[in-house]
Design a protein around this ligand. Structure first.
Ligand SMILES: *Cc1c(COP(=O)(O)O)cnc(C)c1O
Length: 469
């Protein structure tokens, strides 16, 4: 089945089936796996999503990407179990903020950020694949804050997997850090790296590109470079749009963006047949994507720390998947662009701003705009936004100031309790943690501090994880 075949954006890695692409994470040529063909869903199927349980919509959306490698019954069991870990019966409920504008609350999972939607699914899927093959894996994951906690929560105690998370020391919130450092299971390893998120991501990529090490410890990745991180996120674009009248009515989305994973899922939803009017990339002051959309030049600058740390990123990994699509799947061009990024910190997108504007709008929000938006929204509606979601709302309003007949959905990517320090600065108080998480603040932490040095990290992994033995 052709939909089950995955190809690398850099064209020099073997084609893989769904299960191998899931276990591989990053392709061996440094590229990202994408499906050879995009499946589509019929208008009738999309219409049938209205009012259906989230896990059923997830199965309909994800199944076409599996090429039959995982049975429908297995997928259903995984999805049902994954989304039972959410504390809202709708899993990702829509809340109306003002005429024509909604927030899609993606933070009802165990670690209070949207990453649970994919990670809870992926951990069960990986476990199934490894168990079938009688294999073990070492999962290494770089985090700007939220991915690490979601991965640790999803894989803690897993029989076949060790989970190693690398986070930038001192640059994540207390709640984010504690989600990684308080679990007591022996298969959980939290590493505080003396560096930025981009440094952590570069360490992970370097370990994947060291093929001997990669095979020695059976390295696997759950950053959004893993296709099975992106696929489950497509679900909520369909579910939200169907709730607002798709396929009979178009819907727009504004998406707080860092590594380009979540918004790429929206792009895929569109490719699969969902009527999306506008897809807006929302950034904080780290505005590499809005600059790229405006100029056609992707150019790295220094990262500045903001109140939305999960978007404090300069190298958006999943942008490569989109580049591959928009540049006619020209893998040689991707290779030369990525080489240029490595050497000079920049490259040109073929087709320039006009080509990019066909698929995305883009806006950035300053720190003062974020604070003002959170205060003003609370005063007007009583609704408490956190800073990432505020960037999404600001971008939406910059694009569409007057009410429109086409509804716009702002993705609410985290719960305000996760960013207590920033919320206290902005509104003078933090949102309380949900009761099921209150234990976090008092439990003992377990963390290893390491330098920004790939050999040091590799030695740590060799000596502490089980697949290496
Ligand atoms: C990870 C994250 C983002 C950015 O998502 P990407 O898929 O990396 O673009 C935005 N907001 C929050 C709260 C996050 O945790």
């Amino acid at each position: 089945m052709s939909n089950g075949q995955y190809i690398s954006t850099r064209g020099e890695a073997p084609e893989l089936g769904f299960e191998d692409a899931v276990l591989a994470g990053l392709a061996r040529d440094g590229g990202l796996y994408v499906p050879k063909q995009w499946p589509t869903l019929s208008p009738d199927t999309i219409a049938s999503f209205a009012g259906r349980p989230f896990h059923e919509v997830a199965v309909e959306v994800i199944e076409p990407f599996t090429g039959g490698a995982v049975s429908r019954a297995e997928l259903t069991a995984i999805a049902k179990d994954a989304y039972a870990s959410f504390d809202h019966p709708a899993v990702t409920p829509l809340v109306q903020l003002e005429p024509g504008r909604f927030v899609l609350e993606l933070f009802h999972g165990p670690t209070l950020a949207f990453k649970d939607v994919a990670m809870q699914f992926l951990s069960r899927l990986m476990d199934l694949i490894l168990a079938k093959r009688n294999q073990r894996a070492t999962i290494v994951c770089a985090t700007s804050g939220d991915t690490g906690g979601a991965a640790v929560e999803a894989f803690r105690g897993a029989d076949n997997v060790d989970i190693v998370v690398l986070f930038p020391d001192g640059r994540v919130s207390d709640v984010q850090r504690r989600m990684m450092t308080t679990p007591t299971e022996a298969n959980v390893h939290a590493l505080a790296i003396d560096g930025t998120f981009d440094d952590c991501q570069a360490l992970v990529k370097a370990m994947f590109n060291d093929h001997r090490f990669r095979d020695e410890v059976a390295l696997s990745g759950v950053n959004s470079i893993n296709w099975a991180r992106v696929a489950p996120q497509i679900t909520y674009y369909f579910a939200a749009a169907a709730a607002l009248g798709a396929p009979h009515r178009k819907v727009s989305f504004s998406v707080p963006t860092g590594n380009f994973g979540d918004i790429f899922a929206g792009y895929v939803a569109k490719r699969m047949g969902l009527g999306i009017e506008r897809l807006t990339v929302a950034s904080n002051s780290n505005d590499i994507l809005p600059r790229t959309m405006a100029t056609g030049t992707y150019e790295k600058r220094g990262v500045v720390a903001t109140s939305s740390p999960s978007m404090d990123i300069q190298v958006s990994s999943n942008f490569e998947r989109y580049l591959f699509e928009t540049q006619s799947r020209d893998a040689a061009l991707i290779r030369s662009q990525m080489a240029s990024l490595g050497q000079s910190g920049r490259f040109e997108v073929r087709g320039g701003p006009a080509r990019l504007a066909e698929d995305f709008a883009a806006e950035s929000a300053s720190e003062s705009e974020v604070a003002e938006c959170i205060r003003e929204t609370r005063a007007a509606t009583g609704y408490l936004l956190e800073p990432h979601t505020a960037c999404g709302l600001i971008a939406s309003r910059k694009r569409q100031s007057a009410p429109s007949t086409i509804p716009e959905v702002v993705l609410a990517t985290a719960h305000p309790a996760k960013f207590a320090e920033a919320m206290t600065d902005i509104v003078g108080a933090s949102a309380p943690l949900p009761a099921r998480l209150s234990h976090l603040l008092t439990e003992q932490e377990r963390v290893t501090q390491l330098n920004n040095d790939v050999v040091e990290v590799q030695n740590y992994i060799r000596t502490t994880t089980r697949a290496a033995r």
